[in-house]
Ligand binder design. Structure first.
Ligand code: ZN
Length: 89
């Protein structure tokens, strides 16, 4: 997604940018001169697991208060369940 933004989208006219994708989790990619910067394990960190609240909701990683416990599809599902809504598949 980030590479396509660098070729055709919002990143077309800049040399460096960060792309954040919010879905079932929260992912991020760093683009520098049309190339994706990759980490040791081929990814770029675990942005969605950045802690933003010490006593926040339990995350799938085992920690509490990660970004994706507040802003992801999982967070929406958890909030809906807390409000008594039932999931329709
Ligand atoms: Zn987490």
């Amino acid at each position: 997604m980030a590479l396509s933004e660098s070729w055709y989208g919002a990143g077309k006219y800049v040399d460096q940018f960060i792309s954040v994708k919010v879905g079932y989790g929260v992912g991020v990619a760093l683009i520098n001169n049309k190339q994706q910067i990759r980490g040791y394990t081929d990814g770029f960190g675990e942005f969605g697991h950045t802690k933003v609240a010490f006593d926040g909701p339990l995350c799938s990683c085992g920690n509490r208060g990660c970004i994706e416990t507040f802003s992801s599809e999982k967070a929406v599902e958890r909030y809906a369940e807390e409000q008594g809504l039932k999931k329709i598949v």
